[in-house]
Design a protein around this ligand. Sequence first.
Ligand SMILES: Nc1ncnc2c1ncn2[C@@H]1O[C@H](COP(=O)(O)OP(=O)(O)OP(=O)(O)O)[C@@H](O)[C@H]1O
Ligand SMILES: [Mg+2]
Length: 336
Amino acid sequence: MMLSKKIGIDLGTSTVLIYVKGEGIVVNEPSLVAVNRDGTRILAIGRQAQEMVGRTPDAIQVVRPMREGVIADFVVTEGMLHHFIGKVQGRQRLFKPEIMICVPSGVTSVERRAVTEAAISAGARQAWLIDEPLAAAIGAGLPIAEPRGNAICDIGGGTTEIAVISLSGMVVAHSIRVGGNRFDDAIAAYMKRKHNLLIGERSAEELKITAGSAVTMKDPLVGEVRGRDLVSGLPRNLEISSNEVVEAIQEPLRLIVGAVRSVLEETPPELAADIFDRGIVLSGGGAQLRGLDRYLAMHTGIPTVVADEPQTSVVRGTGLALENFEVLKRNQAYLR
Ligand SMILES: Nc1ncnc2c1ncn2[C@@H]1O[C@H](COP(=O)(O)OP(=O)(O)OP(=O)(O)O)[C@@H](O)[C@H]1O
Ligand SMILES: [Mg+2]
């Protein structure tokens, strides 16, 4: 009988997701924590903390314990993990879970150790790490064990990870600290520059999701932003079209294309030929930006598709890797 749960965790910059074998995705919450002013006490975690963003009195601040894919605040991250793992454990707290967590491929060994330690002190019996692009590729259903080139591009909140995988190992991988958050920043900067309107990161993100696009649209959508007019100092609402968003996010788009291109340039010719046939698969929440697949196809010359349910590819892949751990153990390339 197996009493301890097997848990896969995607400890993202924007979202924390947890997959439990036999149960599916059981946690899907923003990685936000509300703490008191000096950061010594946790007041709310996840969705509850999100509701406080931008509306906190002086005594409370809402923080992102993960930044650009790595732990920015160890104590708060550990507290957040503890909370979510406890939720998953329910009454089964007697048996500590086995945990697999994904980390961006670019992180240092010190950063890796910090993640493992956070998992152990949050209650894991054992903790393993898997590189995020591998997890994303497994979750997206790519046949990574074959001796063929598979290309994955995961666009998260803080990072974009691009990798070419063959025989269950990463052959080439690049991680850039550009993700959905950078799109939000670019939109906010544009609103200030073009419309003298100061908007928060949440409204920038909302506009990106409701009307944003990577390519010019024939029938553009319209989104509304609310902010403060820099001239009058008063609140103001403004309607913005998709095509204005296209203009606003040119810089982060170009950075992502640049990273995809450099991965392709470093890919050995046989594998590059496979990728030319099979295309690039996009995962991560950021992959849902309208027209991003077409934009990348246009600028790389390689067919590009978005995975099914891209925002949960990584956590499903992380959970699956743990289920097949016996198989995976034989292939050290998989796990570090
Ligand atoms: N429909 C959408 N269109 C565009 N962007 C979206 C959409 N839905 C979510 N996003 C963006 O996806 C990003 C979050 O993606 P995801 O949950 O994969 O990140 P993460 O795994 O937490 O981050 P990271 O992997 O960088 O640590 C956010 O920037 C969010 O704004
Ligand atoms: Mg991610």
